[in-house]
Design a protein around this ligand. Sequence first.
Ligand SMILES: [Zn+2]
Ligand SMILES: [Zn+2]
Ligand SMILES: [Zn+2]
Length: 759
Amino acid sequence: MARERIRLLIKGVVQGVGFRPFVYQLAQRHDVAGFVLNTGEGVVVEAEGELKDLERFRHALKPEAPPRAVIESISPRIMHVQGDAGFVIQPSLAQPDEFQLVSPDIATCDDCAAEVFDPADRRWRYPFTNCTNCGPRFTIIEDMPYDRPQTTMKKFEMCADCKAEYDNPNNRRFHAQPNACPVCGPKLTFVAKSGEPRVKEEALAAAVEMLQAGKIVALKGLGGFQLACDASNDAAVKRLRERKHRYGKPLAVMTETIEDAAEICFINDAERDLLSSAERPIVLLRRRPKDAVAPSVAPGNNYIGIMLPYTPLHHLLLRDTGLPLVMTSGNLSEEPIAAENAEGLRRLDHVADGWLLHDRDIYSRYDDPVLRIVAGHRVMIRRARGYAPYPVHLPFKAKKAVLAVGGELKSTFCLLKEGYGFVSQHIGDMENVETFEHFERTLELYKRLFRISPEVVACDMHPEYFSSKFARDLKAPILVEVQHHHAHVVSCAVENGWRDQVIGVAFDGTGYGTDGTIWGGEFLLADWAGFDRVAHLKQVRLPGGEAAVEKPYRTALAYLISVYGDAYADLGLDFLSRLDPVETEILERQVATGLLSPFTSSAGRFFDAVSSLIGVRDTIEFEGQAAIELEMQSDEAEHGRYEYGYLTASGQPSVIDTDPVIKGIVNDLLNCLPVAVIGAKFHATVADIIVATCGRVRAETGVRTVALSGGVFQNATLYARVIKDLRKQEFRLLLHKELPVNDGGISLGQAVVAHTLAT
Ligand SMILES: [Zn+2]
Ligand SMILES: [Zn+2]
Ligand SMILES: [Zn+2]
């Protein structure tokens, strides 16, 4: 029979995932000759053989691909027959201008975990075991194509055994770039404030001993340092909180197995899948009434963040200690995670009792990702290790390369190129100098890896955001300033491939409005190019401006004054007895004159105000705490509601009158109704407001697609109810998928708005 030859260019995540050996084996199986090689833009295959064999070979590529490969496209081309005898893997070919997708880091696979616990295996108890199906990727890559000399593994020369695995196409470690073993690979060291450093097994034993004794160990992980302690030891957890200056905010816990996790939390099927996925994220799970976790791990919270081990080092620590371990980012609050040994020793000097270090460098910092499942939907809270830098697929091809610098808190950036939106991993809060350096460094890396030189730059309209100042200083030919909530809504629409107008509901804490006031309870009729603000929550003064964010009682007072005027003081509320009279007088004056007290329509502040008013929380230790505790204390069985109304003037956005809500709450307080009931009625009312307002906009405009975005939707009670009720009313719903609902998701929206306006 006649022979034929084809050339296939395969794009996607196809390097560092065992793709070439897979192609090699497939070619053997189907009696196909030719070659496979890595290039700067993907994998190229030339295959020659009888037509029926070639067809079978080609059609098996996608369905049989290795588990961590993501094939985006296969472009075929007919070639002249060359008469190759066998099939070979050719050396990689660098193409300086081409780019390709990069695999995120992958949790230890079952095969590698089994080897680590097999006393007969040469990798028995080796903490850096990996293969083509698992191990570090993005955290060690300096440039593409993905070959060992372009990673931080370049300083470790493979021993003969590892090299034999690396060169054998039938081995699980064929071209596994981080391949290593106890003979040739990275090694553990343990140092403490006193005593000699220990290495290898002794280092691990010292760390285990310390953890069992209730001490705090800083361990160098995959994307940076983590701080670990015994999660069942309340004194240990409290000590960690004090030293890290992290008060109140829940800490994540790592358990050895899913069964151990199930003793702490309720886990449904979707949550189980997420917990044990190759990304191994922190998943927020509902706690059992009595769990073995110390009270100080997640005070005042019915949920706890759980993750499973994702490196061999974690597997060993969890098994050897036999304890659930608190596992939190190795930083002081709000700083980026520490990555280098010297940096970890210096920055965590006052936090850790001992350091478990190793000599494989971390090129790119990564925090642990955080997700939850709400009403069957995956809600991304922190997109980090395991997820970035896998891009969002755009429903268009970018004509110009765009950089969007994101917001201020939970910052990410986004680069648009061709059909992709590369949204960075979670970077952090930009007010911090170290975070800002992390931002710049990560941006340079993304630009280099994906070969992007932005022609258009997008930023938030806020005059004072560090990210916006950075963007303006770039002096790009085109700079587009995008309104914060418009960015939220467009980001959600683009993730869903949606181009047309939507009713965008953007409920969050703070965003700079086009009128210079602080927005945050917004209904926008929006598309990628622009928006109309069609409705918003009634504004109140924010006494002292942003300082009110940490002091919800200030916003509560502003609401009372807004509703009752001076008469608020005679209401006889408990809340008033908790206020300092001198401060109250100042706040009253600020509300009256507007001095340093901008107007806000923020939904986040509305939740804060109610939380404080009903005695749940007056001041906060971390962002969102007042609203979270309000949600936790609300009784799901309660079905009552409060009244609300609309104030409309022609040519103006509808204003949602929240006065009746506050009056209803005050009445309930005076009638001594419990917090659980008031909280539940409040949640139901906010959900009603959202659904009814969407209904009004639909009646006026005929638009029936709703996009939900903004940090307030991290509230599972509210989010679940709004989703359910909007569906019942037959709206088409767009929800965030890969990106966070909070400000970590806005960079994509900024980029797409800028691209739309600039092309
Ligand atoms: Zn593996
Ligand atoms: Zn070796
Ligand atoms: Zn926002």
